[in-house]
Design a protein around this ligand. Structure first.
Ligand SMILES: [Zn+2]
Length: 437
């Protein structure tokens, strides 16, 4: 049987950089050998001379909106969701191709309408389009009165019955909604616990009660599905972790008690700090002579109101940033993923999020662990055979020009991602000229 033999490069295995002499052998869809010994090469083997480049696990984007975009520009908070489902399907296919091109071999959905994630997953499995492995998400379940509740303010999020948001109140209604959406093929449920994060200040109260969160978790877990929650509040983080929510999105106002509870529960946190960074930069540069600041609560607001809101957002952001090294040190599982496709957030711009964490005190090597090992762990049992380069794991591998464990910005240019392999299949290959048979 023909094999791939990767040698003569740097191997980052998802945990650490292995000794320089490491060779990795892929047979069929899995990693057959990770060794420092000489590997005899057969006639059918394909030898990949890494020539000093880095071999690492395929990356996992853990907060992925397949239908957002294309790049909404600087002042259009519509996420592309005001378009018909067929168009969004094509956007999703393109976003999946972009992700793969940047070395992402798995994505965890983070809410979408129109059953987009499920359809995208099927389309990729059928070969209709290329893309990463998809863990498909439900629509975002929101309590009545949520700031993004379709009939409330952000009307575009809930176009007819198919939009991003599903309004659900009460334990029984939540059970029904979870059953219905998982029955349609979703594998992770998204809940909106409170307003806040990015462009909105974090309140000190939550829309959903603990018994509603527990009901969602119970219905999901019994079916082997996961639950994630948009959860910026101090109390929400604790309630979600206690209820068994698997991925806590953003966790803006986390404190010591929150860290302890999240650790005890083994939950994952996706901080998604790129969006807030971009938003505040945009706000700093806004010229009010042009008119009211364009990305707000849904209605035009006075300058004084905008400035007050932005100050609160900045306070929340400074808090989250200051907690980040503490979270990492305590051993909280942190992962990558953000609202790509939203204004100022083109799909594929993953290096910028990585860089935000480096700028806030996280070592590049650690950020690469978040991108690989941690991301796979966040996928639950679906990620058990992913995320690290080890004997027997699935061959999701990428070859990167340079050393991402010391410089995450090498991920900025897709030309630096020289090869992408998913399930042992070559999905991208810019190395062909370097390959000897
Ligand atoms: Zn999101």
């Amino acid at each position: 049987m023909s094999r791939f033999v990767f040698r003569n490069g740097r191997v980052f295995d998802g945990n650490d950089v292995l000794p320089a002499s490491t060779t990795v052998v892929v047979e069929s869809d899995r990693i057959a050998l990770v060794t420092q010994d000489d590997v005899p090469v057969g006639e059918d083997d394909r030898v990949v001379d890494l020539d000093g480049r880095t071999l690492m696990p395929g990356m996992v984007q853990c907060h992925f909106h397949t239908g957002f975009g294309p790049d909404a520009g600087n002042a259009a908070p519509y996420l592309g969701l005001n378009m018909p489902p067929a168009y969004l399907g094509m956007v999703a296919a393109r976003n999946a191709q972009i992700a793969l091109d940047f070395g992402v071999t798995s994505i965890i959905g983070s809410s979408n309408g129109d059953l987009l994630d499920v359809c995208l997953k099927e389309a990729i499995l059928l070969g209709l389009t290329k893309g990463p492995r998809v863990l498909p998400c439900t629509r975002e379940m929101m309590a009545s009165g949520d700031v993004a509740d379709g009939d409330n303010r952000a009307w575009f999020m809930g176009i007819r019955n198919h939009g991003l948001v599903r309004r659900v109140d009460g334990v029984e209604a939540i059970r029904q909604a979870v059953r219905e959406e998982l029955g349609r093929g979703c594998e992770i449920v998204k809940l909106s616990i409170s307003n806040g994060h990015g462009s909105h200040p974090v309140p000190d109260w939550n829309y959903y009660r603990p018994e509603e969160i527990r009901a969602a978790v119970e219905e999901a877990h019994v079916r082997g599905a996961l639950v994630r929650a948009h959860c910026p509040t101090r109390t929400g983080i604790i309630e979600c972790a206690r209820a068994g929510v698997d991925i806590i999105d953003h966790a803006d106002r986390i404190d010591d008690e929150g860290i302890e509870t999240v650790l005890e529960a083994g939950a994952t946190i996706a901080p998604s700090l790129l969006w807030t960074t971009r938003y505040l930069e945009f706000a700093d540069g806004w010229d009010y002579a042009q008119g009211p600041f364009p990305i707000g609560d849904g209605f035009p607001e006075s300058r004084a109101r905008t400035i007050e809101r932005l100050e609160q957002v900045r306070r929340d952001f400074d808090h989250t940033r200051s907690m980040l090294p503490k979270l990492a040190e305590a051993g909280v599982r942190l992962v990558l993923g953000d609202d790509y496709g939203f204004a100022m957030m083109p799909h594929g711009d993953y290096a910028s999020e990585m860089d935000v964490y480096v700028q806030n005190g996280i070592a590049p090597l650690e950020v690469m662990r978040w991108a690989t090992r941690n991301g796979a762990q966040a996928m639950g049992r679906r990620g058990e055979r992913l995320g690290t380069i080890e004997h027997g794991k699935l061959a999701d591998l990428i070859v990167v020009e340079g050393d991402p464990t010391s410089d995450v910005l090498v991920h900025r240019d897709p030309n630096n991602i020289r090869m992408v392999m998913k399930d042992g299949q070559v999905e991208k290959d810019l190395l062909s000229s370097d390959v000897t048979h």
